[in-house]
Design a protein around this ligand. Structure first.
Ligand SMILES: NC(=O)c1ccc[n+]([C@@H]2O[C@H](COP(=O)([O-])OP(=O)(O)OC[C@H]3O[C@@H](n4cnc5c(N)ncnc54)[C@H](OP(=O)(O)O)[C@@H]3O)[C@@H](O)[C@H]2O)c1
Length: 291
């Protein structure tokens, strides 16, 4: 059997914001652990120009740390194009990882429309990216994740169950036996209820982003249960980065990018995470919090 000689991580939406900081902090924290095993981090972005620019920028920022391969260290950074809404780009990434598999997937990419924007098109577009896009990546890459691997989904406290006014919906989303078909059914129901103009009476909020993140956290739990039942020995967790000053979070957010990256990077690398909790939890500030 071939021995794994390099750890491999992949971060989505890494050209800016929290995703960019996740890549930088993954590199710094991994290097601090002085492991003999090198780490390759694939920074991914939907726009190749923005992705390549960010790769250059981060390499420049990390130069003085001497942790990157080019500077004699054991962390290698590479760029791959990945658009959550473009299945071919997901398949291309899968092709790159297929031979040796990978160890860490951080699903960070997402979109959010403005607070006042809400109609069925906003709902469809938001779910297509944040929910179905992330699901598609997980479906394609799940078979390639190596033992002890980790899937971290960057969700949000804007997607807590209490934004649903219907207790029936809250119960459905948090059922221990919810499977992926059941979850997709709930997401479709949201879309249909919005289309038929009856989402409020059905107990949904007027929030496409929030519901997409409820779906993402529920998806995390479904994958975690699946991994456990298959004895796959991987961690699957969701987390909230807190309110972070990015294009999405706006300039008034109290957290900077590195603070936003803290919990995702902790979940991706830290050994403490394993004995601390069961699989499929929702985390914030390096702690499991109620969803
Ligand atoms: N900022 C906050 O306060 C906050 C709070 C809670 C949760 N979060 C979550 O944290 C994560 C990062 O957010 P952020 O604040 O860093 O947002 P951001 O600055 O808007 O960055 C979002 C990233 O996702 C990428 N993206 C969007 N659609 C994509 C697609 N179809 N395919 C691939 N990449 C796509 C963007 O690429 P482009 O540059 O090409 O648009 C960008 O790289 C998100 O999951 C967000 O929901 C953020």
């Amino acid at each position: 059997m071939e021995v794994c000689v390099t750890k491999v991580a992949l971060v989505t939406g890494a050209n800016k914001g929290i995703g960019y900081a996740i890549v930088r902090n993954l590199a710094l924290n991994y290097a601090k652990r002085s492991s003999d095993i090198p780490l390759t981090i694939f920074m991914t972005a939907r726009d190749p120009n923005l992705g390549q620019e960010s790769l250059k920028k981060i390499k420049h920022e990390l130069k003085s740390e001497q942790i990157l391969k080019d500077d004699g260290g054991n962390v290698d950074l590479k760029f791959l194009r990945l658009d959550l809404t473009d299945e071919q780009s997901i398949k291309d990434v899968k092709g790159v990882l297929a031979d040796d598999g990978f160890d860490i997937l951080i699903n960070n990419a997402a979109i959010a429309f403005g607070r006042d924007e809400f109609d069925v098109n906003v709902v469809r577009f938001t779910l297509a990216t944040n929910f179905y896009g992330t699901l598609n990546i997980c479906n394609h890459l799940y078979p390639l994740i190596r033992p002890n691997g980790r899937i971290i989904n960057v969700s949000s406290s804007a997607g807590l169950l209490n934004i649903l006014s219907s207790s029936k919906l809250r119960k459905e989303f948090s059922r221990d036996d919810l499977d992926m078909n059941g979850l997709i059914g709930l997401m479709k129901k949201f879309e249909n209820d919005v289309e038929k103009n009856k989402w409020k009476e059905e107990g949904w909020p007027t929030k496409a982003y929030g519901v997409s993140k409820i779906g993402l956290t529920a998806m995390t739990k479904v994958f975690a249960r699946r991994a456990d039942s298959e004895g796959k020995n991987i961690l699957v967790h969701a987390c909230c980065p807190g309110w972070v000053a990015t294009d999405m979070g706006g300039p008034n957010a109290p957290r900077n990018l590195d603070q936003g990256a803290k919990t995702p990077v902790y979940l991706a690398l830290d050994e403490d995470v394993v004995p601390k909790t069961k699989n499929g939890e929702f985390w914030r500030d390096e702690k499991v919090v109620p969803w």
